[in-house]
Design a protein around this ligand. Structure first.
Ligand code: AP5
Length: 232
């Protein structure tokens, strides 16, 4: 039985969500996006969403303790029993350390006594240039109901404004406006790029050129993960 814990790392718009969804389908494990969870929580006007909204709108990171709690409560759900894919978490060294400790001491119902190897399989770092990021984010459309991601040029829906999967309405994210994009890219460089070294030192990092066709990137990730699995 495959058991896999993956992290997808990369700048805003590098394609983490797109690849996470393909990997989730391929391996039958859930893709967990802290960004999606926060946006859903804003949409349903929960306390968490109200706290997070001002940070997200301006492109800043939501405080570590809020996001760590989100991840803790998500990882204990039954669908994580064969592993999971983290899209957009961790984003700071503090979050990465919190995840390490969670993987060392899993919360019930998952315990180290399970025959499963409850440890990080790999961190996939999707590398793209700044110009590509801006073009991708300004054309992105997201389904309000199921969070499926589209692009008006590279991945348009069959019917304009409507999700192929669930028929939900597509919208443009508030943080995909030029000012917020600029800020998110700065925040990524300062607060998240130290994680590249963090996971390199743990020998978990796989770097993938993200400036290619979606399918080609997906196949490259699978190939690299097969190599990692064979070495385990
Ligand atoms: P989050 O939702 O995680 O945003 P992000 O990391 O900025 O990443 P994006 O979702 O913008 O991009 P992506 O890499 O997933 O690219 P996508 O696949 O969509 O976070 C949003 C906010 O929430 C943060 O700013 C922060 O405030 C808060 N937050 C979330 N997690 C947090 C945490 N851990 N700590 C603190 N705060 C947190 O692709 C982009 C577009 O490109 C799409 O249109 C897609 O169709 C297209 N595309 C993808 N791949 C290709 C390709 N190969 N070729 C052409 N087009 C492509």
């Amino acid at each position: 039985m495959i058991f896999m814990i993956l992290i997808l790392l990369g700048p805003p718009g590098s394609g983490k969500g797109t690849q996470a969804s393909l990997l989730s389908e391929k391996y039958g494990i859930p893709s967990i996006s802290t960004g999606d969870i926060l946006r859903q929580s804003i949409e349903s006007q929960e306390k968490l969403g109200l706290k997070a909204k001002k940070y997200m709108d301006e492109g800043a990171l939501v405080p570590n303790e809020l996001v760590i709690e989100i991840v803790k409560s998500r990882l204990v759900k039954p669908d994580c029993k064969r592993g999971f894919i983290l899209d957009g978490f961790p984003r700071t060294v503090t979050q990465a350390e919190a995840l390490d400790s969670l993987l060392d001491n899993p919360l019930p119902p998952f315990t180290k006594r399970d025959s499963l190897d409850y440890s990080l399989s790999a961190v996939v770092n999707i590398d793209v240039k700044d110009e590509v990021v801006i073009e991708r984010l300004s054309g992105r459309r997201t389904c309000r109901t199921c969070s499926q991601i589209y692009h008006i040029v590279s991945l348009p829906p069959k019917t304009v404004g409507i999700c192929n999967n669930c028929g939900g309405t597509l919208y443009q994210r508030d943080d995909d406006k030029p000012e917020a994009i600029k800020k998110r890219m700065e925040v990524y460089t300062i607060q998240t790029t130290p994680l590249i070294r963090y996971y390199q030192e743990k020998r978990k990092l796989i770097s993938i050129n993200g400036d290619r066709e979606i399918k080609e990137i997906h196949e490259d990730i699978i190939k690299s993960l097969n190599l990692v699995e064979n070495e385990r």
